[in-house]
Write a protein that binds this ligand. Structure first.
Ligand SMILES: C[S@@+](CC[C@H](N)C(=O)[O-])C[C@H]1O[C@@H](n2cnc3c(N)ncnc32)[C@H](O)[C@@H]1O
Length: 443
């Protein structure tokens, strides 16, 4: 008699982009400017040892356990204690490729290491589930980033040429080009638990705590997800990781609000000055920076909204307390596309920072914005929405879809550019900002 063994479970889809051309054109290399890394092998160690060194990667080899250790942590722990002499080890810097590449993508490591090898830069690549991380000699790091950016630009030009041959119009190509990252300077450091806004609100300095550990947790933890979650459904909705840290679009939005309330020459002042207005932030995350800034500037009422998993998070309350705003803001769960809570029926200014990153969420988000505007109109209010997002994270299809849908839904879609958005202390031009107003139709 033969017994059939149970068939193995199907492989877990890894997500991310698989096509090499698409990966290469949106590499978005991001240099970790604040840390140097040391590779160290301990022949006697096994996984879990030396945890206090907080390695960003480990590899078990025949020769022992190799750790990739931040130099600052090593110095904190006392390098003698752990038997590593940092002077004897090559100092490496980390470049993270911002594109979300699939684990099943073919050819990325070869393309990147060949490019850097041509310029005599050694590249040690480690693949995370979402991103690839290059460790290069510290002295070559800036040059490596420049080469990677240039490489991405060339790949984009090549793809455009190919698209032309396949009948895609110049207009399409230009739209996409406009959405590509111009450079990859980041405002917010996701490795630092505390972020302080690089500008003041009057005499007040706003700062927030980021949940760096939560951001690093695996995408979805069924053990802690709760009973209401249908595994296999839309996991994005139950994933609190993206809201655990602050995103650049939120800082740019906050800066625009501040400028519109203090600078009488600011072009979009009427629409964006939050003083005396009823304000709602959608997808506020655990930091809710634009909403907190609106409250500090003197908004009449501020509602901060997000999914339950964020609204219930202690860190959001701590961040509001931290800035002394507990009496000035209200928290409401609101899932995009769902019913609009009564509290959001008289909103005049909607804020949505870095909420455009997933194709499936564009439509529900715009639907919430539309429905809040409808409710506002019924109550005799004019309502506008400020939507910002950071294109350097490489979700270009979602950005393109947002542009298209926004023009279909709203009479006015104003794109803020140049001096209207950029400021010296915000060293980024990858964040895009739009003001939406004048609804064409409701859902
Ligand atoms: C990239 S984070 C941006 C957080 C914050 N606005 C910032 O810029 O720092 C996106 C936020 O959208 C929220 N979000 C995702 N899907 C949502 C949905 N369907 N309804 C409401 N919020 C959602 C996430 O929970 C997360 O807080």
């Amino acid at each position: 008699m033969s017994m059939s063994s149970p068939s193995p479970p199907p492989p877990t889809p890894t997500g991310g982009i698989k096509e090499l051309d698409a990966i290469l054109s949106t590499l978005s290399p991001e240099l970790d400017k604040h840390e140097v890394y040391i590779f160290h092998t301990d022949p006697d160690a096994s996984y879990g040892d030396h945890a206090k060194l907080r390695p960003v990667a480990t590899c078990q080899e025949r020769e022992g356990l190799t750790f990739v250790v931040p130099l600052s942590v090593l110095m904190e722990c006392g390098s003698d204690d752990v038997g590593i002499d940092p002077a004897q080890q090559p100092h490496m810097r980390r470049i993270t490729l911002g594109v979300h590449s699939s684990l099943e993508a073919v050819g990325l490591t070869a393309a990147v290491s060949t490019l850097l090898a041509k310029h005599e830069i050694s590249a040690n690549m480690i693949a995370g589930h979402h991103h690839d991380h290059l460790f290069v000699p510290a002295n070559d790091a800036e040059r490596a980033v420049e080469l990677l950016i240039q490489f991405a630009e060339e790949s984009r030009a090549a793809t455009r040429k190919e698209n032309d041959c396949h009948g895609e119009s110049d207009e399409d190509a230009e739209t996409w080009e406009g959405l590509m990252p111009l450079h990859v300077e980041k405002i917010v450091d996701h490795s630092n638990p505390i972020f302080t806004l690089p500008f003041k609100i009057g005499s007040k300095q706003i700062s927030i705590e980021q949940d760096i550990e939560a951001r690093r947790r695996p995408a979805f933890d069924t053990a802690t997800a709760g009973d209401d979650v249908e595994v296999g459904g839309d996991l994005t909705e139950h994933d609190s990781r993206t809201g655990a840290v602050l995103w650049d679009g939120a800082v740019v939005a906050a800066s625009l609000l501040e400028r519109c309330s203090t600078d009488s020459t600011q072009k979009f002042r009427d629409q964006l000055d939050p003083r005396g207005k009823v304000v709602a932030e959608l997808g506020c995350g655990c930091s809710a920076v634009p909403g907190q800034v609106a409250a500090t500037l003197g908004a009449m009422r501020v509602s901060l909204t997000d999914l339950n998993c964020i609204v219930d998070a202690d860190i959001l309350r701590r961040n509001i307390d931290r800035n002394g705003l507990s009496d000035d803001v209200e928290l409401f769960p609101h899932k995009w596309g769902g019913p609009i809570p009564a509290e959001l029926s008289d909103v005049q200014l909607i804020l949505a920072a870095d909420c455009i990153y997933d194709l499936s969420l564009v439509e529900p988000l715009l639907s919430s914005i539309s429905n809040i505007m409808v409710a506002a109109k019924a109550n005799g209010n004019i309502c506008v929405a400020l939507v910002t997002f950071d294109t350097s994270i490489g979700r270009h299809k979602a950005y393109a879809m947002f542009e298209q849908e926004a023009h279909a839904r709203f009479e006015s879609v104003e794109f803020l550019e140049g001096d209207d958005i950029s400021r010296e202390h915000l060293a980024t031009d990858s964040v895009k900002a739009y003001i939406l107003s004048g609804l064409k139709f409701r859902d």
